[in-house]
Design a protein around this ligand. Structure first.
Ligand code: AGP
Length: 594
């Protein structure tokens, strides 16, 4: 989702802005632009498509020491140059991430005052309103402060003012923004990964704060008063954005799951004190979006089945508006890779009003969700660049397994020594599954229009994740179904050669799923069966076309292994279809608007 950069200092700003924008490409975007000051004039260059398109339009001989830049992920108005950022009104030029919810109302006010608008965006209105306030107050800090009282919605903005050519301004509510601190130079970015190699110190702007940034000074204001700020340090190795000879980040990140399990064993399994004791709560709610929600659903099954405690899981975009039953004895667990997902963050803010305790299972250190929750367990997966989440998912499932394990041990339901051995075997099992040759299966199903994923119980949740992976990166329509549910409608879609991917890892209901697989096979489906290797059941060879045996581990950990073939099937289908695997169309890595 939109990325913001800014620079003020002693170097030519253009290459620095472009470098920052390229680093933020992973967030997802459809157009890009910059504004910079040259000879006291603000120049704007913007275009649709990749940053390389913008790069080609820039005149790098235009030396400028102050500028802002933006990657836009369209929300209001189509993808075109007029709608892309920066936007300008009077003395003000801005880039913006977020949604100004009351922009129609403000547009009407501004139109009555003589403002005209070129674009369909909320951002142009936001820009014009700042200009209007600036004309009234003649003081930019007062103007921004007044705007914050009027603006509804979310915004992280970087602002240039025509008659203040030696300063940049920023303000923020509910969208992320950081200020990187350099020597005689300072940076602005949506996240510090944009400039982590330029500076190791940064400030995280909090909601309702305004920043005034000069090349050798930074001041932060809240409610018209200058306030003290904390300086954070970039963690070494936090941003490993090298592809290491892998064709795609997604493949690299799938492969990294092997070592990640080792890392997590060392950090957490050997020190269960780092894992929250969830036994003292009456209720547990788990929230998340997309893949993180799927990890949360696996978490529900693990905590319910292995530590005998009822858990409810919710999609964050629903939970934030629905009636909830929660109080100070409720633990709300938020799962998020980026730690910036607007809906998940809004849920945390909501449940605090109910007095709930909050736990974040988060990958990105110091992210908004990590800072908003009472306690955080980091998933330690390192930077995930591919839009399709893989290693973040398995690390979230891992942490959920430890929450269940710790509670199960406390209740005397799980034997720690036995299960420890299974955790230690995870890396070698993952290695085997990543090295498996999926080509035979892919060659049969890569051209399909629809793919159906079947499973029961916890296997169905893995299939939801497998299906999401396929959809998002290959653009093949797919659905995951509880195997027993198909005959209540969807089986009408099954015809000759319709691909069905079925997962069986739970012995207790394996024969039931097999019956369902036979039903689709009888209607001509092409069945790929993923099955836990040592299940004590007889499987009729007639009921599948291809079989992949998944290494057997304890049921508490089995979902971590089950997802690996699903990730690789999706990856290889997308590759064969020539898709832009790491940056699929329309998608953003960090979803900072609702
Ligand atoms: C995963 O492949 C997706 N790109 C998406 O569903 C993602 O998991 C979701 O947007 C939540 O993001 P988060 O983990 O950063 O909160």
């Amino acid at each position: 989702m939109c990325g913001i950069v800014g620079y003020i200092g002693k170097k030519n700003s253009l290459p620095i802005l472009i470098k920052g924008l390229k680093r933020l490409e992973y967030r997802g975007y459809d157009s890009a632009g910059v504004a910079y000051i040259k000879d006291n004039n603000i120049k704007i260059v913007k275009t649709v498509g990749k940053i390389n398109n913008l790069d080609k339009l820039l005149n790098y001989n235009d030396e400028s020491f102050i500028g802002i830049g933006h990657t836009r992920w369209a929300t209001h108005g189509s993808v075109d140059t007029t709608n892309s950022h920066p936007h300008q009104a009077g003395s003000i030029t801005i880039v913006h991430n977020g949604i100004l919810e009351n922009y129609q109302e403000l547009k009407e006010i501004l139109t009555n005052k003589g403002y005209t608008f070129k674009s369909d965006t909320d951002t142009e209105v936001l820009c014009a309103y700042i200009d209007y306030e600036y004309n009234q107050t003649k003081n930019i800090l007062d103007a921004l402060n007044n705007c914050m009282k009027v603006f509804e919605g979310s915004y992280a903005t970087a602002i240039m003012v025509k008659d203040i050519p030696n300063k940049l301004f920023v303000m923020k509510k509910d969208s992320p923004l950081v200020i990187g601190i350099g020597e005689q130079e300072n940076y602005i970015a949506s996240d510090i990964s944009a400039y982590a190699d330029e500076t190791s110190a940064y400030i995280i702007l909090e909601d309702m704060e305004i920043g005034q940034i000069e090349k050798d000074n930074i001041s932060i204001y809240k409610n018209k008063k200058e306030i003290k700020y904390n300086i954070e340090q970039v963690e070494q190795d936090a941003f490993d954005s090298d592809k290491n000879n892998y064709e795609h980040y997604m493949l690299k990140e799938i492969s990294e799951q092997e070592n990640l399990m080792d890392k997590l064993n060392n950090i957490y399994l050997k020190n269960l004190d780092k894992i929250m004791d969830i036994s003292k709560y009456n209720k547990i709610h788990i929230i998340g979006c997309g893949t993180a929600y799927h990890a949360g659903m696996i978490g529900k099954y693990l905590i319910e089945n292995y530590s005998d405690f009822e858990v409810n899981t919710y999609i964050a975009s629903e939970y934030r508006y629905q009636k909830i039953f929660a109080d100070d004895k409720t633990l709300v667990i938020a799962a998020s890779q980026s730690g910036e997902t607007a809906d998940t963050l809004a849920c945390i803010k909501k449940v605090k009003k109910y007095g709930c305790k909050t736990l974040g299972i988060v990958n990105v250190k110091n992210s908004s969700i990590a800072r908003a929750v009472d306690e955080v367990i980091y998933t330690e997966a390192g930077q995930e660049v591919a839009v399709a989440s893989t290693k973040a998912y398995s690390s979230q499932v891992y942490i959920f397994s430890l929450l269940a394990l710790k509670l199960g041990i406390t209740k005397g339901l799980i034997n720690k020594n036995e299960i420890n051995k299974e955790y230690e075997k995870l890396p070698s099992y993952i290695k085997e599954l990543t090295n498996y040759d999926y080509e035979d299966i892919i060659s049969k199903i890569w051209q399909a229009k629809d793919v159906f994923y079947l499973g029961r119980g916890i296997d169905y949740i893995s299939m939801l994740e497998g299906s999401l992976k396929l959809k998002e990166i290959s653009y093949v329509h797919s659905e995951a179904y509880q195997a027993g549910e198909l005959k209540h409608g969807t089986i009408s879609l099954i015809e000759k050669d319709t691909p069905i991917i079925a997962l069986i890892s739970d012995e207790t209901i394996a024969l039931k799923t097999i019956s369902n697989i036979k039903e689709v096979k009888a209607r001509g489906a092409y069945v790929v069966l993923l099955i836990k290797e040592d299940l004590n059941i007889n499987i009729d060879k007639e009921c599948y076309d291809k079989i992949i045996e998944i290494n057997a581990t304890d049921n508490l950990l089995q979902p971590i292994l089950n997802v690996i073939p699903l990730q690789l099937i999706a990856y290889n289908i997308a590759k064969k279809r020539g898709c832009d695997i790491d940056k699929p169309r329309n998608l953003a890595k960090s979803v900072t608007v609702e």
